[in-house]
Design a protein around this ligand. Structure first.
Ligand code: S3P
Length: 178
């Protein structure tokens, strides 16, 4: 492995099923950085799974917990980190503002709708917003303009995870040199 990258956090954004967690873990190991999954931070802080937060306290409460978790991960830790956000994190304007005030690099992982549907099918129980196909497709379109504000983007639809991780690692190392 080469030296760990010396750069601010790398945030992966994109829709459910875009591959944020799997690409994030591969990218972190490629760069010699730690990997953080924001949903896992929310779950740890709340002491319950995301789906339970949605059903017991509603989406609005989840968004509040998510923003707090984002604040925590952005304000602590100086070591290099790759952070997979939840599908809705970057869609909230206040979260985007908070991220813009940080030194984070933001990467949009694109995915075709049909592929996203295929990927989340078996985990729909864990994703309250993936329960209904029409609502899922509508959200997919509505969120795109927010994701497009990222610094860099790549399509994950037909690419192996390692190929995406290598492509992103090369881009990150270029940012480090600038
Ligand atoms: C959500 C996506 C989920 C999780 C929650 C809400 C969303 O994360 O944060 O179910 O609003 O798109 P993944 O994108 O990792 O599935």
């Amino acid at each position: 492995m080469t030296n760990p990258v010396e750069i601010g956090p790398i945030l992966l954004v994109g829709f459910m099923g875009a591959g944020k967690s799997s690409v994030g873990a591969a990218l972190a190991s490629e760069l010699g950085c730690n990997f953080v999954d924001l949903d896992a931070v929310v779950e740890q802080r709340a002491g319950q799974p995301v789906a339970a937060i949605f059903s017991a306290e509603g989406e609005q409460r989840f968004r509040q917990l998510e923003s707090e978790a984002l604040e925590q991960v952005l304000s602590t830790g100086i070591e290099c980190r790759v952070i997979a956000l939840g599908g809705g994190t970057y869609v909230q304007a206040e979260n985007r503002d908070r991220i813009a005030r940080s030194s984070a690099l933001v990467v949009f992982l694109e995915v075709a709708l049909e592929e996203a549907i295929r990927r989340v099918r078996y985990f729909a129980g864990k994703r309250p917003l993936a329960a209904n196909r029409e609502a899922f497709a509508k959200l997919f379109e509505e969120r795109r303009p927010a994701y497009e504000q990222a610094h860099f983007r790549t399509d994950t639809t037909n690419k192996p995870i390692m190929a995406i991780a290598k492509e992103l690692a090369a881009w990150v190392r270029e940012q480090e040199r600038q």
